[in-house]
Design a protein around this ligand. Structure first.
Ligand SMILES: [Zn+2]
Length: 438
């Protein structure tokens, strides 16, 4: 059993396997990671370590904390409310009416906490979010103790949160200023999608991105409907429109990219955008199957997200990674195209690079934050283990998550949440919202 390291500032984690996600994609055997004041201080062979405060993980693999590259964490309050609808019906008949009726700061704060608890329990230590009331999501992440890149959402619609472009960004930038010193929180600009944001608004967002050095996080080419609407309204495909508006570039993170033709792929290549794939959400909403092999050949980085709970309905990036790999094989008829190391990099170091956070997270290297996950490979689901990363991705699941550390603090211990205030009351509060919504 694991001793509680939560109050210790100096300790070691001894693992049979450590996947570092470093430039050499090193898998270390029988090594110990030493943590000092929340950061990785040293990585050394366990045989050479005779210090105290060593946590022995036994038959587990230690990896960098997983990064969920796209979610709307507060949407846990709508988990399962409209499970059998296509995206346009789902948005127009269920999601937007319920948001219009109920959405406020408290709901976002309480539902985001539930999402954070689910993500920690699924091995996620950082999430990339986009939703209304960004300060409420940031507060939830800090309260639970998760790292978050919070999108300053903009949509050309009057909502409970804000009325117009100026109002959205006055509130967004006020939040950004207030949370500037919070070490767990970073921000990006989050125009919702080409079909909900005008040309004029996109141009202003590009100016903000350049002035402030912020990334842009935006849904893109999720459905054929989106592309057809753009062709009708603007005479060009959404990605071409964004290209002409100057929105695309290495600081752009396009979510989904399910429907791509040759000219779309050329724009992805020439602009070196990042793509975030959410395969469970795409399949559940019957949006289509993303052409993973084509996007991997062209994008700067391809990473993986869960999307929100209303369209997945699991915030388990490991499960989406497995699906991503299986879909890609169908595309290319080539099982070796993506190795297990490449897949793990997509939800660790490549994700950190897409977010410009790779100097502090994404790999197990000296000087980086101790955002770490131990996955148990000793049980009937994963034994025998010939290749630990392959066992984790193809035989494991979020049930394999054994321990999770964020900033060196233990948040999940022996498959239970720890050091989280009021975890029990979070579910009760979301249930109260459910009673109002039904
Ligand atoms: Zn989304």
């Amino acid at each position: 059993m694991l001793e509680d390291s939560s109050n210790q500032t100096h300790f070691g984690i001894k693992a049979r396997w450590i996947y570092t996600a470093n430039d050499h994609q090193e898998l270390l055997h029988n090594h110990t990671v030493f943590i000092k004041n929340g950061s990785i201080d040293k990585v050394a062979p366990s045989a050479l370590s005779n210090q105290s405060n060593i946590i022995d993980l036994g038959e587990s693999i230690l990896t960098p904390g997983l990064i969920n590259m796209h979610t709307h964490s507060a949407m846990t309050f709508l988990k399962g409310i409209a499970d059998d609808q296509k995206l346009t019906d789902w948005l127009e008949q269920s999601i937007w009416p319920n948001e219009a009726k109920f959405l406020n700061h408290d709901l976002v704060f309480e539902a985001s906490q539930l999402a954070c608890l689910e993500m920690i329990s699924s091995g996620v230590t950082t999430f990339n979010d986009m939703y209304f009331y960004p300060e409420a999501t940031a507060k939830a992440a800090i309260k639970i103790g998760l790292r978050a890149n919070i999108g300053l959402l903009f949509i050309d619609l009057k909502t409970n949160y804000a009325s117009d472009f100026t109002d959205y960004f006055d509130k967004g930038f006020a939040f950004r200023d207030n949370f500037r010193d919070e070490s767990l929180i970073t921000t990006s600009l989050a125009p919702h999608a080409p079909y909900t944001v005008s040309d004029e608004s996109f141009k202003k967002i590009r100016t903000y991105a350049d002035q402030l050095g912020l990334n842009i996080h935006c849904h893109l080419h999720e459905t054929e409907w989106e592309i057809n609407e753009s062709l009708k309204k603007f005479g060009i495909r959404p990605i071409d429109r964004l290209h002409r508006l100057g929105i695309l570039g290495p600081d752009f993170m396009g979510v989904h990219c399910v429907h791509l033709n040759e000219s779309d792929l050329r724009l992805i290549d020439s602009n070196q955008i990042n793509i975030i794939s959410c395969p469970s959400s795409n399949l559940k909403l019957a949006s289509g199957i993303p052409p993973i092999n084509l996007m991997i050949d062209k994008a700067k980085f391809v990473t993986v997200g869960t999307d929100g709970s209303a369209s997945n309905n699991k915030l388990s990036v490991l499960d989406d990674l497995r699906l991503f790999s299986l879909l890609q094989r169908n595309d290319r008829n080539e099982p070796k195209f993506l190795k297990s190391e490449d897949l793990m990099d997509m939800v660790t170091i490549d994700a950190a690079k897409s977010l410009d956070l790779d100097s502090i997270i994404g790999s197990i290297e000296v000087g980086k934050k101790a955002d770490l996950v131990a996955f148990d490979l000793s049980n009937i689901f994963t034994q025998p283990v010939y290749d630990p990363l392959s066992s984790l991705i193809y035989s494991g699941s979020r049930d394999s998550v054994q321990h999770v550390w964020v900033d060196g603090q233990l948040k999940f211990k022996n498959k239970q949440l720890v050091n989280v205030d009021d975890a029990e009351s979070v579910i009760e509060k979301v249930k109260l919202w459910q009673n109002k919504i039904q």
